[in-house]
Ligand binder design. Structure first.
Ligand code: SAM
Length: 270
């Protein structure tokens, strides 16, 4: 089986998590005809959803620092026939190649991880705030939780504990640098009306082949590299319950249920 590219993995996982991120996008009530920035747009999956919400006269600029992700994004935008509504720009979140107040809003999903993408959030927040017009909104959006191993709460808690010390949560970062503290980052950047909200993507069996593949990609993303830090029994249990070819894979239960949550932290530039 061919290894999926990073952009392909993102797209696969978005098929599961879309209900949560779509809900958060809708709650932002992006004005029709507005021009937004999708900072760290990856494969442009969400850029295209945001463009839909901004309406036929709206525009979205997707920015990413990775040329490979941007090529995938260009293909996706071309395939969707949205070239007139979506621009894609290579650039760094910390040095945005845009004028002051160029956008009505900015969306930044699963990008701003301290210890991985930035040393501290303030510089990135200052840049995002600079390019959004007064009255415009900034939303920092993160995958925030999941329950994916029904019936195995203790094992799942141990897997999550092991994951919490690895990327993107990088062991050793200070509590105030964790994404769940993003309300303070927005407030310190001078934004008003700061608000956090969470939406859920449910994953219910029986799973289609596509959703099963997406869940396998999720298991792998969360727990697939933890062998060195797990005890042998937990690693064996993880493989038995989650490996694609295992006869005991939890995803093959027609009554499987799990969920993923996304949280948005947003505020308005005064
Ligand atoms: C986990 S992906 C999320 C992509 C997209 N927001 C989504 O939710 O599908 C993180 C993205 O951030 C981009 N990225 C990382 N550091 C960046 C930086 N300093 N400036 C711009 N983009 C960056 C990566 O190239 C990658 O495409």
């Amino acid at each position: 089986v061919r290894e999926l590219s990073y952009a392909e993995q993102l797209d696969l996982i978005h098929r599961l998590t879309d209900p949560a991120t779509d809900e958060l996008m809708r709650r932002l009530r992006l004005p029709g005809g507005s021009h937004g920035l999708d900072a760290g747009c990856g494969s442009a999956w969400q850029t295209l959803r945001l463009a839909e919400l901004a309406g036929p006269t709206g525009r979205v600029t997707g920015l990413d620092s990775d040329p490979q992700n941007l090529s995938a994004a260009r293909r996706a935008v071309g395939d969707a026939g949205k070239g007139s509504q979506v621009d894609l720009v290579e650039g760094d979140l910390l040095d945005l190649p845009f004028d002051d107040a160029a956008f009505d809003w900015a969306w930044c999903a699963d990008v701003l991880w301290v210890g991985m993408v930035v040393d501290e959030p303030a510089a990135a927040l200052a840049e995002l705030t600079r390019v959004v017009r007064p009255g415009g909104t900034i939303a920092l959006v993160y995958w925030s939780a999941q329950r994916l191993l029904p019936g195995y709460p203790a094992l799942e808690a141990r897997l999550d504990t092991a994951f919490a010390g690895t990327v993107p949560y990088v062991a050793g970062i200070r509590p105030g640098q964790h994404a769940m503290r993003a309300l303070a980052w927005l407030r310190r950047a001078g934004l008003s009306g700061t608000r956090a909200e969470t939406a859920v993507a449910d994953v219910q069996g029986p799973l289609s082949a596509e959703r099963r593949a997406a869940m396998i990609a999720v298991f792998d993303m969360l727990w697939g590299t933890l062998q060195p830090v797990l005890d042998a029994q937990d690693w064996a249990a993880y493989r038995r319950l989650c490996a694609p070819g295992s006869p005991d894979n939890v995803l093959d239960d027609p009554d499987y249920y799990g969920y993923v949550t996304y949280s948005a932290f947003h505020g308005r530039r005064p």
